[in-house]
Design a protein around this ligand. Sequence first.
Ligand SMILES: Cc1ncc(COP(=O)(O)O)c(C=O)c1O
Length: 396
Amino acid sequence: MLFVAEPMLGAEEKSAISEVIDGGWITMGPRVRAFEQAFAALHGVPDCVAVNSCTAALHLALKALEIGPGDEVLLPSLTFVATANSVLYVGAKPVFVDIESVERPLMSLSDAESKCTSRTRAVMLMHYAGYLSDRNAWANFAARKGLLLIEDTAHAIGVDEVGKYGDAAAFSFYGNKNMTTAEGGAVFAKDPVVLARVRQMRGHGMTSDTIQRLGNRSSHYDVTMLGFNYRMDDLRAAIGLAQLKYLRDWNHRRKALTRLYREGLAATCAAVCVPFATDDMSANHIMPVVLPLDVDRDEIAGLLRDAGIQTTVHYPPVHQLSYYRTRQRGRRLQKTESFARREITLPLHARMKDSQVEYVVASLARALNEAGQCPKSRRSPAALIESGASSMLASP
Ligand SMILES: Cc1ncc(COP(=O)(O)O)c(C=O)c1O
């Protein structure tokens, strides 16, 4: 099976974990701090706080920025549910905003503007599929409306511009991300005071952690705020340090594979819409495509699965999930809903070979043909073989 995402783990990660085990200090030790410094440096920010998930990072960012009950937060519905859940965790209200268009499925600034009220405190951006939102436009919007600006950067690790849009950013190192620590996350914050608050809240609100007390020869600590156990451990941090060395190369590979997908899809079945443009700045996290209007997506997914290709959907809109739907009745986000009904995510990860992209493209073309959707003018996989593109049908 060719998977939608695959972690890039190997000998370096294994030996990094062994070293931690042999060293005997397995959590919140020197590797965690080293990882924080290396991750911050890679993105050109002074510091960051490593945590055990992006969900925790989002929660802490909102908490540290003192967003809470009575506040409204603007965010896309086309995101993973964690983005919206974090708003509920702090007692604020998520206000879902539509996307710009099917071709550019990022949160729409004009829809955000129309949903701003006197209670709006913050706007949360999500760089869908790794494609960056317009930094100046959103920074100006937040400044004009007096809003905090928070990035959910789960899809855009390793791009220079991310994490610097506004007040805070939350990263994910979950297993399907561009780099992974299996589970994990990190928080950036513009204000060092906010970042210090995040650091303290990560460990139960304690004024010092074990390694600091060891260094200070003190067994005393206080708790001066309500905190959580959102700590990262040294095993994960060691994996993260090994991964960071290759993140840029992997992101380049993802970009090249995305370009290949775009070319293949344009040549083979132009009825499929490929969102965004080749030159858009992106970490190329996933490969979403939008199927023609009258295609049965489940049928296409089934045919691709028969060909050994996993696909997924990014995302069922959050406002349509039962938990949210029953709480926010009557909300419609037409562009988001139309995109999400037709979107299918194709495999994309740095381990993939060019021939595997070609195989996916050819298999999609064949599936669309079988489903009776590919207009005659477009070439079938058989025609591709005749035209010399035989590697397109190589098995993954
Ligand atoms: C956009 C987005 N936000 C938040 C998350 C949550 O990340 P984590 O699993 O690290 O908590 C994810 C994870 O897949 C995500 O894709």
